[in-house]
Write a new protein. Structure first.
Length: 455
């Protein structure tokens, strides 16, 4: 019998499921199994929906021979599209954000794709965002097609037709819970819908990240822009609502911090021998946060989306982990400054307010710097030295909006970041650091003078 695949696309899917043992040892009687999507040719679950989107577009006449595939991607969807494009003879142009790992970007280029890097900390509607740039390119490049993984329902269909049935078969129908990170929404919606049709009692729990809008929208029906701020975790969470996210399928969202996700990603490799990516760490950490909801006899399936090799410069790099404050160190940390009252809760100005208002606020509160927001989302900063220089050049700048002279936003770090690391982050060009306590959802500002008091 001939078992040789005709091309690489024919070996997508039918990925293995592996029991998690050590990390879940405190959950007696509960089975936790990971669906290892790293075994796909592109080392991620996105291979499935990439091919489905392309084939559906071909059938509809949207993608024609010799055409160009365009997409905004965090890397994995781009990889799936690029592999399919090689086999089918298409060109690829991808946009991505500057927070994505270098390994992901280099991997896309290895398959001949053109990659355009766009800023992370902008609204989706901003012309500089990777969503907007990809849409513009789709209009400008002849014979092109934008895959649009967020709103293209072929994404969900791929997982309803493939991933869901595989999980049902591999568990013998015993699955009671699905735990999966939510980004575009195709996986959680497609798999969740299939499983719930087989057994309506199955619970679908989506893993979200701090800085994303999903959890609050699910619980309140309110799209709250105040929930949006920069985060490090890759592949999950969004600052808009993709069509592929069916909130009716998802029973609960659980948020996981960047730090907990990064640490769990490393634990999976060191304790289970599973070399998976950042969203796998998020999903596993979220599952443990939910442990009180599980009971003996439950069968939990957690999906590991991609491979650890794409994060060698990040979660698996000790220097990067220390830089982000994710590796525990002895000594005073940011939370000690907050507890001692040495660090104040963040005060900010909207970017359209006049510079004169910034002067008044900074004078009244004796602030040497202040953060700038757009619809409560952090977009910039202003310090007194820069403000002084701008006033000397043009006293009339007082009547201009703050955004006309604002500087880059201060960096975010976790509240557990050691003080000695904070000290290296505060420079003449960056006079403050924002400390986020993800548990209380409060943000504090730490300045050079705050550190001088404790160093």
């Amino acid at each position: 019998m001939d078992t040789i695949a005709n091309n690489i696309l024919e070996v997508i899917g039918h990925t293995p499921m592996v029991r998690i043992n050590r990390i879940t040892h405190g959950m007696p009687g509960v089975t936790v199994a990971a669906k290892l999507e790293t075994f796909n040719p592109g080392n991620s679950i996105k291979d499935r929906m990439a091919v489905k989107m392309i084939e559906d577009a071909e059938r509809k006449g949207l993608l024609k021979p010799g055409g160009t595939i365009i997409e905004g991607t965090s890397g994995n969807t781009g990889m799936g599209l690029a592999i399919a494009a090689v086999v089918k003879g298409y060109k690829c142009v991808f946009t991505t954000t500057d927070k994505q790992s270098k390994e992901k970007i280099d991997a896309l280029k290895a398959f001949g794709a053109e990659v355009i890097i766009c800023p992370t900390n902008v609204d989706p509607e901003d012309p500089r965002s990777y969503y907007s740039v990809s849409s513009r390119l789709a209009e400008e490049i002849p014979n092109s097609w934008k895959a649009n993984q967020y709103d293209n329902l072929s994404n969900t269909a791929a997982h309803y037709e493939q991933t869901g049935p595989e999980i049902w078969e591999q568990t013998g129908g015993r699955v009671t819970h699905l735990v999966v990170g939510v980004g575009t929404g195709g996986t959680v919606t497609g798999v969740g819908r299939y499983l719930k049709e087989r057994n309506s009692k199955i619970k679908v729990w989506g893993i979200d990240t701090y800085g994303s809008v999903f959890k609050k929208f699910k619980e309140t029906g309110i799209f709250d822009k105040h929930e949006i701020y920069p985060y490090i975790t890759e592949g999950i969470g969004e600052d808009f609502l993709p069509r592929n996210v069916d909130f009716g399928i998802i029973d609960h969202f659980e948020k996981v911090t960047d730090k907990d996700a990064a640490l769990m990603t490393r634990r999976l490799a060191r304790e289970e021998g599973i070399f998976a990516g950042n969203s796998a760490g998020s999903a596993m950490a979220g599952l443990l946060q939910l442990r009180e909801h599980f009971h003996s006899g439950d069968f939990i399936v957690v999906i590991f989306h991609d491979h650890g090799s794409r994060y060698l410069g990040k979660m698996f790099n000790d220097d990067w982990m220390r830089e982000k404050g994710f590796l525990e160190k002895t000594g005073m940390a940011a939370h000690d400054l907050v507890a001692a009252g040495l660090s104040g809760e963040l005060f900010s100005l909207e970017c359209n307010e006049p510079v004169a208002q910034a002067i008044r606020v900074m004078s009244e509160h004796d602030f040497s710097q202040i953060s700038v927001t757009h619809d409560k989302r952090l977009v910039g900063s202003l310090n007194e030295a820069h403000l002084y220089q701008e006033l000397l050049k043009d006293p009339g700048v007082k009547n201009h909006p703050v955004e006309s002279i604002m500087q880059p936003a201060f960096p975010f770090v976790d509240v557990s970041t050691p003080v000695d690391l904070l000290a290296t982050m505060i420079t003449p060009g960056n006079p403050a650091v924002l400390v986020r306590d993800f548990k209380t959802e409060k943000t504090f500002i730490i300045t050079r003078s705050d550190l001088i008091r404790v160093l």
